[in-house]
Design a protein around this ligand. Structure first.
Ligand SMILES: [Zn+2]
Length: 322
């Protein structure tokens, strides 16, 4: 049983309910699918406002599940950061606050911290499992992955590994704890949690739509929410970083200057050390600046938005185990 106040869906009859949580802003709409007695999974999209895969697939997921076939409760928030979503931006349009750096939040803090505090207190804290659906947004193309934060608690890390493995069209990434994330608050509450990063690029790629539906279904069956034959999961490449030194194997490539970025590689491409990733053309100089791979590996993120500011990440190269 979870600590503190009971969740707002306690006492809801079996069936589908749509509830507004909080005013607006900060506030969000939550679908509650109430099935038989069981555990609670919380799933949300649009922690960043320009990532459309989560909102799209979660609306479809709600429509596809008959609560009578469900064991337990699903709380689904297709769009968590509404102000960012309606501005078409990753972060809050007024103060630039990033909801993925705002947890555990503060009801009197910046805009994102207010949303974080509301979501943690009313929804996330009551979860037995948590999934946060992200993507490259409008500014990046990703080679999609699922991931989790390594907590060092084997009983939680084992479940997180199994949850991430359900998204078997994606590669898998385990990283050390990072502060401010939805997942760091989940870890503080002892809730197994994962995130996914779909392609992005400002739309919903059909492969991601399929991959997310398959992954969510695998998760719901594997953890007893839906009945069905045990999913036969494909083996995926995995990148585990046991400590912060090891995360150095994941190489970001910051822009050397403000300017126009012209990429020379695509997400998923394998590159050698020193391979050309793209060029930055500064506004007030004639010559372009080449950006080269610091390491061999797979390009898992490449900048799609062509306007860049100095130090914006242009590409991330990761060594993926086969
Ligand atoms: Zn995101």
């Amino acid at each position: 049983m979870k600590k503190g106040k009971r969740p707002f869906w306690d006492g809801f009859a079996p069936g589908l309910h749509l509830r507004r949580v909080g005013s607006r802003p900060p506030g969000f709409s939550a679908f509650v699918l109430r099935g038989g007695i069981g555990r609670t999974a919380v799933i949300n999209g649009a922690t960043h406002g320009d990532e459309y895969e989560g909102p799209t697939v979660l609306r479809e997921l709600v429509a596809s599940i008959n609560p009578r076939t469900l064991r337990g409760t699903l709380v689904i928030v297709p769009v968590l950061h509404e102000s960012a979503f309606f501005a078409g931006s990753s972060c809050h349009p007024a103060d630039g606050s990033n909801l993925a750096r705002a947890f555990p939040g503060n009801p009197r803090g910046n805009q994102a911290e207010r949303v974080a505090s509301l979501f943690l207190g009313t929804v996330l804290r009551h979860a037995d499992f948590y999934i946060d659906l992200h993507s490259g947004g409008v500014a990046y193309d990703f080679l999609p992955w699922s991931g989790y934060l390594i907590t060092g608690r084997p009983e939680i890390d084992g479940i997180q590994r199994d949850m991430a493995a359900c998204f078997d069209d994606y590669w898998c990434c385990g990283s050390p704890r990072l502060e401010g994330r939805t997942l760091s608050s989940a870890a503080d509450e002892g809730i197994p949690a994962i995130y996914t990063e779909s392609r992005g690029g400002g739309g919903v790629h059909p492969d991601d739509r399929k991959a997310l539906h398959r992954g969510l279904r695998n998760f719901l069956i594997r953890f007893g929410f839906l009945k069905g034959p045990a999913p036969r999961l494909r083996k995926v490449p995995i990148r585990l970083a046991a400590n912060s030194d090891e995360t150095q194997i994941q190489h970001p490539h910051p822009a050397p200057s403000d300017g126009l970025f012209i990429p020379a590689v695509s997400a998923g491409e394998h590159v050698r050390k020193n391979a050309l990733l793209g060029v930055v053309c500064p506004m007030n100089e004639e010559s372009d600046i080449s950006v080269r791979a610091k390491h061999r590996g797979s390009v898992v993120a490449i900048r799609r938005r062509r306007s860049v500011r100095a130090r914006d990440n242009l590409a991330t190269v990761v060594l993926l185990a086969p």
